[in-house]
Ligand binder design. Structure first.
Ligand code: 8YV
Length: 308
């Protein structure tokens, strides 16, 4: 008999077909009432953004595994999982390059105002006036908050842009970049401050009004991690008053809805949570999610367990 699996959000066909072949699937968005089936669910498949609500975990008393399609596990209550003996897997390693590409691409687009310049050329405004001069990107000072896999890939790319790179992390690493433990000090020496840290209770609003003040009117903030790492109201205040130079954001509080205060701003680049969104990476994430599920149901250790 196929193990029963609760699926929290839909996947492309290339994931859906093999999942359906291996499991008896229950689509949560079609049947959110788990009263009848909750006790039969042995695994939950979800995404990094969607996670799983505690009420859903509680409605599945025989749940063994939550398999996340994504590296972030901040939307799953790990303490609850631990107390219930539920394992959690994620998909680290396969999405680092794409997330780093987007972070650097957003920073470059912000520095050179590429989207606005595109409109200038397309709209005919160029015939009346040249586009204003922009800011040089290569050779600038970069700060990276969180030098994990994604942060490391960002640094490797920025080195190719001859950047002077510093980073904050829990401890210094053996890398050729300067370690600055304090995020305020990191921001103060950064032209471009990249946020690439995982999100948890400790990192909540790690980018606050003080860090933004230190970044200053010439500094730009790039967030490729989670919205919760940034005090979004403080960021909006700083952007509206030009207290920082700009921001490039892939994640938002309450996404996919975004705070309407962002919309009229000219000093921002906004992306709809696209860090891992290439076909090659999403296929690799789906495969790793299924490999974790398959390992579990074959009685083998998970390939990429989330430490509980
Ligand atoms: C995706 C992500 O949004 O990896 C993560 O944590 O946030 C993203 O890659 C999502 O999980 C894709 O399913």
């Amino acid at each position: 008999m196929k193990p029963q699996l609760l699926q929290i959000s839909s996947y492309p066909e290339w994931d859906q077909i093999p999942l359906e072949a291996a499991y008896r699937l229950h689509r949560f968005w079609e049947t959110p009432d788990l009263t009848q089936i909750g006790s039969q669910i042995r695994a939950i498949a979800t995404t990094g953004g969607a996670g799983v609500a505690n009420a859903v975990i509680e409605a599945c008393p025989n749940l063994e595994l939550i398999a996340i399609h994504g590296v972030g596990y901040d939307a799953v209550d790990l303490a609850l999982c631990k107390s219930r003996g539920i394992m959690v897997s994620n998909t680290p390693g396969v999405l680092d390059g794409d997330c780093a590409d987007l972070a650097v691409g957003m920073a470059l687009a912000l520095a050179r105002h590429i989207p606005a310049a595109d409109i200038h050329a397309r709209s005919g405004a160029w015939e009346a006036a040249s586009f204003p001069l922009q800011r040089r990107f290569f050779g600038a000072r970069a700060g990276i908050l969180g030098l994990g896999r994604i942060g490391g890939e960002i640094a490797r790319r920025l080195a190719g842009f001859d950047m002077d790179i510093a980073y904050s992390a829990r401890s210094a690493k053996s890398v050729p970049y300067r370690f600055i433990a304090d995020p305020v000090a990191l921001a103060a020496r950064s032209d471009f401050l990249f946020v690439a840290t995982l999100a948890n209770a400790e990192t909540r609003h790690i980018i606050n009004a003080e860090v933004l003040r230190a970044l200053g009117p010439k500094g730009a903030l790039i967030n490729i991690s989670r919205a919760a790492n940034i005090d979004e109201d403080a960021l909006l205040d700083a952007l509206e008053s030009n207290a920082i130079g700009g921001a490039a954001l892939d994640v938002f509080e309450g996404e996919p809805a975004i705070n309407p205060r962002f919309k009229p701003l000219k000093n921002v680049i906004l992306q709809p949570h696209q860090g891992s969104a290439t076909e090659a990476t999403r296929r690799a994430m789906g495969q790793l999610q299924r490999d974790n599920l398959a390992a579990h149901f074959a009685g083998k250790p998970l390939l990429t367990p989330v430490p509980l």
